[in-house]
Design a binder for this molecule. Structure first.
Ligand code: NAD
Ligand code: UDP
Length: 320
């Protein structure tokens, strides 16, 4: 089995590469390191079954080195390349639109050319600020096409349309997963997402920046659980869209409280302004994944949080 993982040097991508290698696959990781880090896959670089190529998937990744790496054939293309944190995609709006549009096209062409299975890492953001709760896959969403988050939401929605189009028009074995908020080791301390931000702040005894009154909700999935679902979906021929996430729903205020307790921090909570169009609630209905893949998350929130805190602690000790 030879797999191509775009965005493989990112948070989720690096866990995917590792899991694929553990399953005996060969892995070609394509990443331009826009929001990822070579350090995330440094431990894999010595493995002869692993190849890292620095390239921009929106520009085609057509260098001689990449072409040579892909020549022996490809069985699976996992398209994860895209900024994912609101802070990142607001800082890189055009790159985000390109990753979801031109990048998805590159990855689909690659899968089509090799007769490979294709998986698009889409997102719960396609539901926007949802008016249906929990979110089922048949909900069409509530998304602004011109608001600040649209660079991410609409690029993923376009990526979904492109994926469905290739499946229909070309018969590509292409499928879509909608990933809900995922957390764990290897998130960047400054990527702006709620878990790494609160953990970093708590470990530094700084105030935890809760947006608004903290009553908005998210449902947080530990990364190992998410990756197991992603690979089970890749192993199937399911077209999706399929939600992958942990339905355990928490308010942001509760997340802050849990992080303070898990770190033993003396940090206070400080209210900051809510981002524009910040979704008010989010929780996946995962009935489809349960039925079709026999998958469900196993790591409870407080266990995953403890693992994440311990990773961030060991990193800050290393940096000190
Ligand atoms: P991340 O920012 O850590 O990883 C994204 C990776 O893609 C980075 O390594 C980045 O350098 C790379 N990349 C970006 N643009 C690229 C391009 N044009 N060419 C090549 N590489 C490029 O983010 P993540 O949290 O690991 O997310 C991975 C994927 O999963 C994304 O597609 C994201 O939309 C999706 N997703 C993640 C979550 C989550 O909670 N982590 C939720 C929903 C969807
Ligand atoms: N959030 C917060 N403080 C922070 C970062 C995020 O209160 O320092 C809130 C954010 O407003 C949102 C939730 O946490 O309501 C999840 O934000 P995140 O950026 O992790 O992901 P999103 O689900 O918005 O993409």
């Amino acid at each position: 089995m030879r797999a191509v993982v775009t965005g493989g040097a990112g948070f989720v991508g690096s866990w995917v590469c590792e899991a694929l290698l553990d399953s005996g696959a060969e892995v070609v990781c394509l990443d331009n390191l826009l929001t990822g880090a070579a350090a995330n896959v440094a431990g894999l670089r010595g493995d002869p079954a692993f190849l890292f190529e620095h390239c921009d998937v929106a520009e085609g990744c057509t260098s001689r080195a990449v072409r040579a790496a892909l020549r022996p054939g490809v069985d699976l293309v996992l398209h994860l390349a895209s900024p994912a944190s609101p802070v990142d995609y607001l800082e890189h709006p055009i790159e985000t639109l390109d990753a979801g549009s031109r990048g998805t096209r590159t990855a689909l062409e690659l899968a089509d050319e090799h007769g490979a299975r294709f998986v698009l890492a889409s997102t719960s953001e396609v539901y926007g600020d949802p008016q249906v709760h929990p979110q089922t896959e048949d909900y069409w969403g509530n998304v602004s096409s011109v608001g600040p988050r649209s660079v991410y939401d609409e690029s993923k929605r376009f990526g979904e349309a492109l994926t469905a189009g290739y499946r229909r028009a070309r018969g590509t074995d292409a499928g879509i997963v909608r990933i809900f908020n995922t957390y764990g080791p290897r998130m960047r301390a400054h990527d702006g997402r709620v878990v790494p931000t609160f953990v970093r702040q708590a470990l530094a005894d700084e105030p935890l920046t809760v947006a608004g009154d903290g009553s908005q909700t998210r449902s947080l999935c530990y990364v190992e659980d998410l990756v197991a679902g992603l690979l089970a979906f890749a192993d199937s021929h399911h077209p999706g869209p399929m939600n992958l996430g942990n339905p355990h729903e928490l308010t942001v205020a509760q997340i802050a409280e849990d992080v303070i307790r898990a770190t033993g921090s003396a940090s206070p909570v400080e209210q900051v302004e809510r981002p524009v169009d910040d979704p008010g609630m989010r929780c996946p209905d995962i009935s489809l994944a349960r039925t079709e893949l026999g998958w469900e998350p196993r790591v409870p929130w407080l266990d995953g949080l403890a693992r994440t805190v311990s990773w961030f602690r060991s990193r800050s000790r290393g940096a000190a």
